[in-house]
Design a protein around this ligand. Structure first.
Ligand SMILES: Nc1ncnc2c1ncn2[C@@H]1O[C@H](COP(=O)(O)OP(=O)(O)OP(=O)(O)O)[C@@H](O)[C@H]1O
Length: 703
């Protein structure tokens, strides 16, 4: 038996031990569900404890069948830790057999280097055969990196990793990235073909990513990351890390993941459950807003109207419209009280109204504040004449008809819909130009605000008004993906949902901004997000896109009008072909047929307007196609993706049909083309009948 066989044998036996321990943990948790419900003191405790035990037992039962560890640390002091996606222990009181990757002791797995070994002698990575539900995990290889010790330098022991990739450790990849340097198993994982939904990267998080994942809870971060640098992965792993590290605080305060669209959310939906976190809300900004305001968009804005409505000035416009109904009283207030009648003159009331208005509280808080100031003034008068009064008196006077009538006149209750309907029926705010007012003015105002048909941008404005009326309940932490695409008004909606002590993880790429209002500067966007001082970090090492594709995409950067560092790929593989063709449909069908001969997913990225035509051509040729984000088992391998939906998605093989049509679609067309070009994990086929758009044509000409 070779030393490698011996090690593999031992690790397999250890894995069997862990598997048995996990089964016992699941059985034990199930048993505690029963006893926990019996022994609790009160019904409420039993319910609470029962809930926690039940979800723990369920979690353990639902533990995916995959490998229970992916790494091992041998420390110089003799300690040894296996590291996996969740803690496994033979007994709760004993040290764990497998340490959760989020535990402080696991950090060195991601951060230790030969020049900073952090007490680690050997870092071991494991290679596992691909597995699916119902299979037991099969250990096929391992790879040791000696960070210190007799050899004194990094190198491999073992070998025989997944896909025969081990044994290449120490080789510096084209980009010289940490991943490329540190071995075959890591490179094999990064270059693995994509099938089904996005997977977690707990086994291969890179040091610069780990720094972001483990940043303290109170730190708001902004990650400017080139395509495929792992922004989304970092955001999701950070969410899992925060839930593990501060379970009480984060769960109580709430954690929210916001992504760009449903297809994207479907693609990433499996990552958190695979990391043991099943109860995190993942939604889009638009859906979150629609849910909060209780409306669906039922009308469309013109481009000009949407641009005005999404602009930052609308916050003040709405505020002015809302506060226009706060007016000084026209007469004195007189409140009957038994034999007395307490009075406050109009000028004194006007001072109270102005005082509250100047404090700028949320509108409805202001109304109540005015009520209590009025009552306090009445109380002073009453006590001067009739002696002390108590809380019951204050409550009675505060709710009396004259006081409520005064409030209704000076600081009336109002619904967000009412204010917005007034603004859109007759926009007058001087902060808007005549053209802007004309753009948002309703052509045919509805009879009542209740029957208004709101647009998507209107919902954002309703949400803004709701936030001006009452403080919005905030989350403890929000992970916001593709944040460059949010308008100032959408940013404000996110800011409102972050509690005062809460924090944000803002992920995005200014070069991938495709909405008309996409940000060009992070500091500005962060100010709209209410976190102007958030730490901005750039990620440039790309784990998705092969070097050849990155080089091509980087040539477009100059034309995108944003200042971002170019990406570099840590991948050693990848192919790009650019072909002028005469019939686009036939060329796409041929390219897809050829791609189907190889492993992995295939995305046909097309201009939005060409979606039906090219999808029809593929179906007519007998090629089954799926929808973006359809990651269910058995979904077709080929997806036709309108460029407008391509954001955040990835496919092994991308066929990009007619880049000029993608680039021509609106002022942000070149940014869309940049997104489309950077979806390929292994191979990119560019097919064109029209001349390639400027920068791309020049890049191809040069290469
Ligand atoms: N450390 C890593 N190890 C293995 N795979 C990684 C690592 N980091 C990122 N990846 C993979 O690279 C791909 C791109 O990651 P991700 O989607 O998070 O990037 P992104 O920066 O959000 O990209 P984009 O801006 O283009 O949407 C994913 O398949 C992800 O799993």
């Amino acid at each position: 038996m070779t030393p490698l066989d011996h090690d593999l044998h031992q690790e397999r036996a250890f894995h069997d031990l862990c598997r048995a321990a996990l089964t016992r943990m699941a059985d034990g948790a199930a048993e505690r569900v029963v006893t926990g419900e019996d022994v609790s003191a009160s019904g409420a405790d039993a319910e609470d404890l029962g809930y926690h035990l039940r979800s723990h037992a369920k979690e353990l039962r639902e533990e995916p069948p995959g490998p229970l560890f992916f790494g091992r640390l041998d420390h110089t002091d003799g300690r040894r830790h296996h590291i996996g996606r969740r803690r496994v222990s033979a007994h709760p009181a004993e040290p764990p057999l497998v340490v959760d990757w989020r535990a402080p002791v696991a950090r060195a797995f991601y951060q230790a280097r030969p020049d900073d070994p952090q007490g680690v002698r050997v870092r071991r990575r494991f290679g596992w055969a691909p597995y699916s539900k119902g299979d037991s995990a099969d250990l096929t290889g391992l790879e040791d990196e000696h960070l210190q010790g007799p050899a004194g330098a990094a190198g491999t022991g073992g070998g025989g990793g997944t896909g025969g990739a081990a044994g290449e450790a120490g080789e510096a990849g084209a980009a010289g990235g940490a991943a490329a340097r540190s071995g075959g198993l890591l490179a094999a994982e990064i270059e693995r073909p994509r099938v089904g939904p996005m997977r977690d990267i707990a086994a291969t998080i890179q040091p610069e990513q780990d720094d972001l994942v483990r940043a303290p809870l109170g730190t708001s971060l902004c990650v400017q990351g080139a395509p495929g640098t792992g922004k989304t992965a970092v955001g999701l792993h950070r969410a899992a890390y925060l839930l593990y590290t501060h379970p009480g605080r984060v769960q109580r305060a709430g954690l929210l993941i916001l992504g760009p669209n449903r297809a994207f959310l479907a693609y990433v939906s499996e990552v958190l459950p695979a990391l043991g976190e099943r109860d995190v809300r993942q939604t889009t900004v638009d859906e979150e807003i629609a849910r909060a305001v209780g409306h669906e968009p039922r009308a469309e804005d013109t481009e000009a109207a949407a641009a005005v409505k999404h602009g930052a000035r609308m916050a003040a416009v709405l505020r002015r419209a809302l506060y226009a109904r706060v007016v000084p009283p026209s007469a004195e207030l007189a409140v009957p009280d038994g034999a007395y009648r307490w009075r406050l003159p109009a000028d004194e009331l006007a001072v109270l109204v102005e005082g509250v208005r100047a404090e700028a509280p949320p509108y409805l808080v202001g109304r109540e504040r005015l009520r209590s100031r009025v009552v306090r003034a009445l109380r002073t008068r009453a006590e001067r004449r009739a002696g002390p009064v108590g809380a019951a008196w204050e409550r009675r006077v505060g709710r009396s008809r004259p006081v409520t009538a005064l409030l209704d006149a000076c600081w009336p209750r109002v619904a967000p819909e009412q204010v917005l309907a007034e603004v859109l029926a007759d926009p007058r705010d001087p902060a808007l130009t005549g053209a802007e007012r004309a753009a948002i003015r309703w052509a045919r105002p509805p009879r009542s605000y209740r029957s208004a048909r709101w647009t998507a941008a209107d919902l954002v404005l309703l949400d803004e008004l709701a936030g001006q009326l009452e403080r919005t309940a905030g989350y403890g932490h929000i992970v916001l993906d593709e944040a460059q695409d949010l308008s100032p008004m959408q940013c404000r909606a996110v800011a409102r949902r972050t509690s005062a002590s809460g924090s944000l993880t803002v992920l995005g790429d200014l070069a991938q901004g495709t909405t008309p209002w996409a940000a060009r500067d992070w500091r500005e966007q962060l100010a709209h997000l209410g976190r102007p001082d958030a730490r901005i970090t750039a990620l440039t090492a790309g784990y998705r896109v092969p070097g050849a594709v990155v080089d091509l995409a980087n040539r477009l950067l100059g034309a995108l009008g944003v200042d971002v560092p170019p990406a570099r790929s840590v991948r050693r593989d990848g192919e790009v072909t650019v072909r002028a063709v005469t019939g686009l449909e036939e060329a796409v069908v041929d390219a897809v047929r050829a791609a189907l001969d190889r492993e992995g997913s295939i995305g046909v990225v097309v201009a939005d307007a060409a979606y039906e035509r090219l999808r029809g051509a593929l179906e007519a040729a007998g090629v089954a196609t799926g929808h973006p984000g359809d990651v269910a088992a058995g979904a077709p391998r080929v997806t036709v993706v309108p460029a407008g939906l391509a954001k955040g998605l990835e496919y092994d093989h991308v066929v990009l049909a007619e880049p000029a049509a993608v680039a021509d679609a609106g002022p942000r067309g070149p940014h869309r083309l940049y997104v489309a070009l950077t979806r390929a994990v292994s191979r990119l086929d560019v097919l064109h009948t029209r001349p390639l758009p400027g920068e791309l044509g020049a890049a191809v000409g040069m290469s």
